[in-house]
Design a protein around this ligand. Structure first.
Ligand code: AMP
Length: 114
């Protein structure tokens, strides 16, 4: 089972995070356990538990997350490349039940991922 929604607590300001960007629809903060020199999580403020739960209503919001990711990648000096990862449910390694996009960069990435 997925753990508690700790990201909602970050959105509500109940636990601290190193915020990289926020607006009315999304929040981006540095991962507490970085897997690359740059590892930022980009999340919608709307609670969507997993990628499988997105609906047509979320189309604009998901597009917005991608635009934010591209701008953050520029600001964080990832012009030579970066990886976006979105784990959906336990089998993919999702641990927090709040849709989130990982923005990873600053080192050479391997393929295929584990
Ligand atoms: P996932 O495994 O795709 O669900 O990713 C969850 C990510 O959240 C992991 O990379 C964790 O290191 C990260 N994480 C968990 N708690 C926090 C926190 N309080 N602040 C920042 N990142 C967190």
């Amino acid at each position: 089972m997925l753990a508690d929604n700790i990201f909602l607590k970050i959105i509500e300001g109940k636990i601290p995070a190193r915020i990289a960007y926020q607006d009315d629809r999304c929040l981006a903060f540095h991962d507490i356990n970085p897997q690359a020199p740059v590892h930022v999580l980009i999340i919608p403020k709307k609670v969507i538990a997993t990628h499988a739960d997105v609906t047509r209503e979320d189309k604009e919001l998901l597009g917005h997350l991608h635009v934010v990711a591209a701008r953050l990648a520029e600001q964080l000096d990832l012009a030579d490349g970066y990886r976006l990862v979105l784990n959906c449910k336990e089998k993919a390694g999702q641990t927090v039940p709040h849709l989130h996009m990982h923005l990873l960069g600053g080192r050479q990435m391997a393929w295929p991922p584990g």
